[in-house]
Design a binder for this molecule. Structure first.
Ligand code: NAD
Ligand code: AHE
Ligand code: ZN
Length: 369
């Protein structure tokens, strides 16, 4: 079938709106009509050319929501008409990783996903004879996409697509890092570095679980108001701190953070995030994605004296199990999404959403199909 899509032909070049040919679902796969997709910083990272797994041409996008319009042979867990969120971290419930109960990083289709292909090693997107790669197994910058059934979460039908698409990455990543990865306890002191589309969800996750002190750190003073609305108790602009930011944060927390979260992708900030943690028990969670070649460093003494460095992908959430629950939290008013969606555009406006992100003017932009 012919599908309208935003195609990334080359690193560093704007996306191009094209008519692309999409093959239907094979065994174990589903065809989804996307109704909306968010634009995440990670899409921009891959488009920039810094992602070692970045392939071109490709259809980017990994924060979607839509409806199942066709299923391939053998599909049992979803049917035509179901409302779903595509999962870049699938949940097969059968691989060693899923069965371990120690991680959400299902590996059932990870190798082909990283090569921009479906599990059978082919791509379903092309323009004429030119193959177009899938991206993160989801390719949500297209009106329709094909996914393995293990990579879709079935959600309730009264949830608005243009809001809950954000649960496909940013909301789950931020709230999940608090709830599933760090397991932040009530009364904790939390420091959040980067108050963008991910960091603000860490802030609301920390409030939800009853943290006492939620310190937000960002160089953009424009983030302060929204972060306060989401539960931040103290704002710190590193550019206004005279001297050492780590010492400033340790003093502010009277000894260090119980938990810190890096939501930027800057390896220098990752070090600050670890080192502002409390001696003996403070845990720092890396969420930000740093480019190929970047490395983190600290004195091993920081770890010897009890600080813990961890990472979190997709908030540690098991997609098919946890994403429908997070949609319920939104529908029940336990978490907020609407104020974070600052811009809504048609597919033709997707280029503008990247400009807004670069200028720090948007929190989340959503493309509504
Ligand atoms: P964003 O651009 O919306 O937010 C980044 C924020 O960091 C901005 O508010 C910016 O002003 C602030 N910032 C930049 N440099 C800073 C500095 N030196 N000190 C303090 N603040 C600074 O990005 P986002 O969509 O929130 O994504 C954040 C990061 O998380 C990206 O690296 C993205 O790729 C990554 N990410 C990871 C996962 C995961 O599963 N681990 C999921 C989604 C996104
Ligand atoms: N290809 C990138 C990987 C970037 C990365 O870490 N991605 C996160 C999700 S970011 C969503 O916005 C993730 O889930 N990682 C686990 C995985 O298996 O990719 C690179 O830098 O190499
Ligand atoms: Zn993302």
């Amino acid at each position: 079938m012919d599908v309208r899509a935003a195609v990334a032909f080359e690193a560093g070049k704007p996306l191009s709106i094209e008519t692309v040919q999409l093959e239907g679902p094979k065994a174990g796969e589903v065809l989804i009509e996307l109704k909306a997709t968010g634009v995440c910083h990670t899409d921009d990272y891959t488009l920039s050319g810094k992602d070692p797994e970045g392939l071109f041409p490709a259809i980017l996008g990994h924060e979607g929501a839509g409806i199942v319009v066709d299923v391939g042979p053998g599909v049992t867990s979803v049917k035509k008409g179901d409302h779903v969120i595509p999962l870049y971290t699938p949940e097969c419930r059968q691989c060693e990783y899923c069965l371990s109960r120690k991680t959400n990083l299902c590996q059932a289709i990870r190798s082909t996903q990283g090569q921009g292909l479906m599990p059978d090693g082919t791509s379903r997107f092309r323009i004429g004879n030119q193959r177009i790669h899938h991206y993160m197994g989801t390719s949500t910058f297209a009106q329709f996409t094909v996914l393995p059934e293990i990579a879709v979460a079935k959600i309730r039908e009264d949830a608005p697509f243009e809001k809950v698409c954000y649960i496909g990455c940013g909301v789950t990543t931020g709230i999940g890092a608090v709830v599933y990865t760090a397991k932040v306890t009530p009364g904790s002191k939390v420091v959040v570095f980067g108050l963008g589309g991910i960091g603000l969800n860490v802030v609301q996750g920390a409030r939800m679980v009853g943290a006492d002190m939620i310190i937000g750190v960002d160089i953009n003073p424009g983030r302060k108001e929204m972060a306060q609305r989401f539960g931040m108790t103290h704002f710190v602009n590193p550019r206004e701190v005279g001297g050492d930011l780590v010492k400033y944060l340790v003093d502010l927390t009277k000894g260090g953070a119980d938990y810190s979260f890096e939501c930027i992708g800057d390896v220098k900030v990752m070090r600050q995030a670890l080192e502002c943690c409390h001696k003996g028990w403070g845990e720092s969670i890396i969420i930000g994605v740093a480019a190929a070649g970047q490395e983190i460093s600290t004195r091993p003494f920081q770890l010897v004296t009890g600080r813990v460095w961890k990472g979190s992908a997709f908030g540690g959430a098991r997609g098919r199990t946890d994403v429908p629950k997070i949609v319920d939290w939104y529908m029940e008013g336990k978490i907020q999404i609407d104020p974070l969606i600052t811009h809504m555009v048609p597919l033709e406006g997707i280029g503008e959403t990247f400009d807004l992100m670069h200028r720090g003017q948007s929190i989340r932009s959503v493309v509504k199909y």
